[in-house]
Design a protein around this ligand. Structure first.
Ligand SMILES: Cc1ncc(COP(=O)(O)O)c(C=O)c1O
Length: 389
């Protein structure tokens, strides 16, 4: 955490991550792969130090560090490490902390590619995952195998069902490392470290960078644990690009206001969707009807930019896309443009049909990422198109 930690989070988002600026107000892009050493001793020292900023950019880079420092600061963490993507961050954590024979506990409501990764390459390395319902009290702790479970991974809110995991319960698990994928919340929506969770992962591609123009991941936690992850991470090689780190640090400066506005619009649209005749169900943790609304209200300061819904007509997605004029069909979230995608055919299509259905994902299940447009313009487009399918 930086020296600015006495300030409130909104202020820290502006004042943090300025270590590489050298007097400029914005962070320079250190577009260099390598630094020159002025002596053999210095070269040796750099090659043997953890996370050096000026040695070789796979090991570290001032722009990457400025971004990571800013994330740690708004997350309330001791430190953070940046990666080339959210998946690069996840793979680096899993392979840094687990070995053949290790065991992972993960929540079934999770980003499809995370599930594909754990069930595929991770399982192939002899690392077993037990899947649990993360919103069922006690389920995560009950699945821990003492001495074997190295990692408990929860995603909250989950993509795309918006299920909520109790962060206090996760943080209280002792033995394995605990990690939350907090991408949908962003550090302005919740701070899992304050609940005792060891590691917080974000796909910074989403709300943190916030403009659909950067691909990046970040993990926050205690310095010592991050050093261990770094030691593996430089072998894995999913290091962040300085250019994307600059874009994401710029995103952090406006994250508070962007996310507040997106959360406000999301709640408004979710409420209107609930009454729409073309809709079967709406999922949004800010709705009082959401099954874990009270838990969400207790641990989140805002409910985020993603709203999901099931069309009554399971084949209706293609016709909906044809009719929309303002909303765009694309598979990310957290940016300025409002986007929709069908989870069945995109984000979760790497899972077999039974696995998708077990997660509650059926044809016509739509994830909507609320952007920054005017709420009435969005509703006119959505309402008119839904009514016509
Ligand atoms: C919740 C969540 N975690 C992780 C990822 C992976 O992030 P990236 O696409 O930056 O690798 C995503 C991507 O959509 C996501 O939604």
């Amino acid at each position: 955490m930086s020296e600015n930690s006495s300030h409130n989070q909104a202020t820290r988002a502006i004042s943090s991550g300025r270590g590489a600026n050298d007097g400029g107000l914005s962070v320079p892009i250190w577009a260099t792969a390598v630094w020159e050493s002025d002596s053999a001793e210095h070269a040796y020292e750099m090659a043997h130090s953890v996370g050096p900023d000026e040695f070789y950019s796979r090991h570290g880079n001032p722009t990457m560090s400025a971004f990571a420092d800013a994330v740690a600061d708004i997350e309330g963490a001791e430190a953070a490490l940046s990666f080339a993507s959210g998946m690069g961050a996840l793979a680096s954590v899993v392979f840094a902390l687990c070995s053949t024979g290790s065991h992972i506990v993960a929540t079934t409501q999770i980003y499809g590619t995370t599930a594909t990764f754990l069930n595929g390459p991770v399982a192939r390395m002899g690392i077993e995952t037990t899947w649990v319902n993360g919103s069922e009290p006690g389920a995560m702790a009950a699945a821990v195998i003492p001495g074997r479970t190295m990692l408990v991974i929860a995603e909250t809110p989950s993509n795309p069902m918006l299920d909520i995991v109790d962060l206090d319960e996760l943080g209280a698990i002792k033995g394995p490392f605990t990690m939350v994928d907090s991408t949908l919340a962003t550090p302005f929506g919740q701070q899992p470290i304050r609940h005792g969770v060891d590691l917080v992962l974000h796909s910074a591609t989403k709300g943190i960078a916030g403009h659909n123009d950067a691909t990046l991941g970040v993990v926050s936690g205690e310095q010592e644990l991050l050093d261990d992850i770094w030691r593996y991470g430089i072998l894995h090689g999913a290091s962040a690009s300085p250019f994307d780190a600059m874009l994401a640090l710029r995103g952090i400066r406006t994250l508070d206001v962007r996310q507040q506005r997106q959360s406000d619009i999301a709640l408004d649209i979710a409420t209107r969707l609930e009454a729409h005749s073309a809709i079967e169900t709406v999922h949004y943790p800010g709705l009082p009807e959401h099954p874990q609304h009270d838990r969400a209200a207790a641990q989140m300061t805002r409910f985020g930019s993603v709203v999901s819904f099931q069309l009554k007509d399971g084949d209706g997605f293609a016709r909906l896309v044809e009719r929309l004029n303002l909303l765009r069909c694309a598979t990310s979230f957290g940016g300025p443009e409002t986007l929709i995608c069908e989870s069945w055919t995109t984000t979760h299509s790497g899972l077999d049909e039974d696995a998708r259905r077990a997660m509650g994902i059926h044809p016509g299940f739509i994830r909507m990422s609320i952007g920054l447009e005017d709420v009435d313009d969005l509703w006119d487009d959505l309402d008119g198109s839904l009514s016509a399918i």
